[in-house]
Design a protein around this ligand. Structure first.
Ligand code: NDP
Length: 344
């Protein structure tokens, strides 16, 4: 079997030498275990945080350990009464061609219901994140305006389409004219602003203000940085900000309060939260497992009848994972970034 191990912690941006590809003997399942042949590996922004030493909501990867990650695969040997050879599963199998599991955090998939890769994207963790963040935290109401960054990514593509389905005006922020065109023409966003073409937050704000003539009621926060700075002054009274991620700052790693270079914008942010009576709530999707079933029911029905579209960007072979991960963090993906580790 092959695996990708963490070779070194990144200093700022992730570089290829942070990873090491290794060949290991094929593991054999012990009592209560099964062996999975990985088919699809998910590449997600949270993995950037797991590469750092600093404390977060989950334990990081140690140097020399297999990179953590969700994956879809097939059971090829089993000593577990609940998992039989030939079954398809999704679970935390990591960046590897094969993995042993005791079933913890593993869910069975029915390949007749949906392509199995969707269990890592639109019908998996990112789709669930979009649904919970928008509905439970954002509390959307028809007629309101939503802004979401990384609008054509795994989470953003679902947030925008769900918002439209609930009668909101949906405005995306994405990197580059092709992504913006895709957001409007294919995903049905009302407008999409190219953050890479805007020289600074002020320029981005002017474009967003034009796209949001009634202000912003929900800012679904995926990116932080220039986009957050542009949106804050546009927030309406009683607006909501589900804080899902802040990818533009992930390379700051473990820098603490007051250590981040640049001007201090906290007073302006804090004042706006008070004056506009905003509700700002961070959330981590693994606290919301009880909401998986209603999410899956609604979104799979929307996919079936064509009301919700999705894209996947596919890298070929496990060895391509480091490069694809680095590219995804910089915006190389449209929709969900996957690696095809073996044939399905
Ligand atoms: P995406 O598929 O959206 O991929 C990441 C995207 O981030 C890139 O394609 C790029 O899009 C965008 N991006 C990168 N750098 C910047 C930047 N400097 N400024 C603005 N955008 C940038 O990833 P996901 O959909 O999987 O994740 C989206 C967000 O949701 C992330 O912040 C992630 O950490 C978070 N998340 C949080 C969860 C939770 O439980 N709270 C669970 C899952 C995801 P573009 O080219 O458009 O800039």
């Amino acid at each position: 079997m092959r695996r990708v191990a963490l070779a070194a912690r990144p200093k700022g941006a992730v570089t290829p030498d942070c990873f090491r590809i290794e060949e290991l003997p094929m593991p054999q399942p012990g009592p209560g275990q099964f062996l999975v042949r990985v088919i699809w590996l998910s590449l997600d922004p949270y993995m950037r945080g797991r590469m750092d030493e600093s404390k977060s909501y989950a334990k990081g990867v140690e140097i020399g350990e297999t990179m953590q990650g969700g994956a879809v695969g097939e059971v090829i040997a089993s000593n577990h009464p609940g998992f039989a050879v030939g079954e398809f599963v999704v679970g935390p199998f990591g960046w590897a061609t094969h993995a042993l599991s005791d079933g913890e955090g593993v869910r069975k998939l029915d390949p007749a219901r949906a392509p199995i890769s969707t269990a890592l994207g639109v019908l998996g963790m990112p789709g669930h994140t979009a649904w919970v963040g928008l509905n439970d935290i954002g509390q959307p109401r028809a007629g309101e305006t939503l802004v979401v960054g990384a609008a054509t990514g795994a989470v953003g593509q679902v947030v925008g389409q769900l918002a439209k389905a609930r009668g909101l005006r949906a405005v995306g922020v994405a990197g580059g004219p092709d992504k913006c065109r895709y957001a409007v023409e294919e995903l049905g966003f009302d407008a999409c602003i190219d953050h890479r073409a805007a020289p600074d937050a002020k320029a981005l704000r002017a474009q967003l203000a034009e796209a949001c003539p009634d202000g912003v009621d929900i800012y679904y926060e995926n990116v932080g940085g220039k986009t957050l700075e542009a949106v804050i002054p546009l927030m309406n009274v009683h607006g909501r900000i589900p804080v899902c991620g802040m990818i533009s700052w992930y390379d700051l790693g473990g820098l603490g309060m007051g250590e981040v270079p640049g001007p201090d914008r906290l007073p302006r942010v804090w004042r706006t939260i008070l004056v506009q009576r905003l509700k700002v709530q961070g959330f981590i999707i693994f606290d919301h497992n009880d909401r998986f079933a209603p999410f899956e029911e609604e979104v799979s029905a929307m996919i079936r009848d064509g009301r919700l579209k999705y894209r996947e960007t596919i890298a070929e072979g496990l060895d391509a994972a480091p490069e694809a991960f680095i590219a995804m963090l910089k915006g190389g993906n449209l929709g969900k970034q996957l690696v095809r580790v073996s044939d399905d």
